[in-house]
Write a new protein. Structure first.
Length: 354
């Protein structure tokens, strides 16, 4: 089966073309990409004109965490409380036209390629897909060309993606669509942009969800391979994915260390996936209190929390042992330090363990 083409801005199409002739591509891929790219740029120029005067969101809430660590279920739960405005699937996969048209008439859905979850057109979505289609450098370019996955990852780990100006315009457009609502953004890639996001949005708050590293790695291999099957125009070279995930772990440890040095409990809260799985009500209540700086009483939050828990199931995931890898041990030790300082009922910690 041919992969589904990801057609976006001219910059994305130029990056794909630089990879040479695809091994797998939909019919007339180059012609379709050129046509879509021209139309995309025209529509994006019109969208920018509409949102140019919109103010930047002042207090966005970001969900951080590695792929397969529970970011999606946390995103869905928070959205289901009705407390936030967040990018929706139809917007993220149509970022050049979503501010020019209305939402789809019906909420179509499809199976996620990596698990039993569903993706709904009117459901919350990861803004990284919009960022990618807008032509910004993104690790998700590696979904299209796995041969260059490590190269895409290196730009993210080393903060070499540039200003991401189009992404900033996109999230501003999403926020202006619901005046007064708190903007909620979720992308595992944002974990590695934490220093930049904290500087760009000084009043932002961050929820960082962590999960047993062995489970994350095992599930991540399945996820990335499933996504390659969905979008890749080239085969993934042997060991490319494993090398990418090793790089990711090292970069993750650096971000944990950075958080310990530079973040405060007023701006960052740590959530354990295991706690979310076993006591979602308590975790969700604490996350909402943190997001809104204690502006709501626990009684006021009972109804929206109950509504969210009825709508969004929290699956347990699979158990796994820790791989024998020093990068895994380092990440686990640093997560323990971050949990102690920023977790529920945690204490102030001096920093990372020796």
């Amino acid at each position: 089966m041919s992969p589904r083409g990801l057609y976006g801005a001219r910059a994305l199409n130029a990056w794909i073309a630089a990879g040479g002739r695809p091994q797998h591509a939909p019919a007339l891929h180059r012609l379709r990409a050129a046509w879509h790219g021209a139309l995309f740029e025209r529509n994006w120029a019109s969208s920018q004109a509409r949102i140019a005067s919109a103010p930047a969101p002042q207090e966005p809430l970001f969900i951080l965490g590695l792929w397969r660590s529970g970011t999606t279920v946390l995103h869905e739960l928070l959205t289901a409380t009705g407390s936030f405005v967040t990018p929706l699937t139809w917007q993220c996969f149509n970022p050049s036209t979503c501010f020019l048209t209305g939402p789809p008439e019906r909420d179509a859905s499809a199976a996620r390629p990596m698990d039993a979850g569903r993706i709904a057109a009117l459901g919350p979505q990861e803004d990284e897909f919009a960022l990618t289609l807008l032509g910004e450098p993104s690790v998700y370019r590696g979904l299209i060309d796995p041969r260059r996955l490590r190269e895409c990852g290196a730009k993210l780990w080393q903060d070499e993606e540039g200003e991401l100006a189009r992404w900033r315009d996109f999230v501003r457009g999403v926020a202006v669509g619901a005046p007064g609502a708190r903007l909620l953004l979720k992308s595992p890639s944002h974990t590695f942009r934490l220093p930049r996001l904290q500087a760009a949005y000084p009043r932002a708050r961050f929820l960082w969800i962590g999960r047993h590293t062995g489970e994350v790695l095992g599930s991540s291999v399945r996820m990335w391979r499933a996504m390659f099957g969905q979008y890749a125009l080239w085969d993934c070279p042997q060991d490319a994915l494993e090398s990418f995930l090793g790089d990711m772990l090292s970069a993750y440890a650096r971000m944990l260390e950075w958080a310990l040095r530079h973040m405060t409990p007023e701006r960052l809260q740590w959530i354990d996936f295991e706690a979310l799985r076993t006591d979602a009500r308590t975790v969700l209540s604490s996350a909402l209190q943190f997001a809104h700086a204690g502006a709501h009483s626990s009684g006021e939050l009972e109804e929206p929390i109950e509504r969210a828990l009825e709508r969004v199931p929290v699956h347990s995931g699979e158990r796994a042992a820790l791989p024998e890898d020093p990068r895994v041990r380092e990440a686990e030790a640093l997560m323990s330090a971050v949990r102690a300082r920023f977790g529920l009922g945690g204490r102030s910690a001096a920093g990372a363990p020796a």
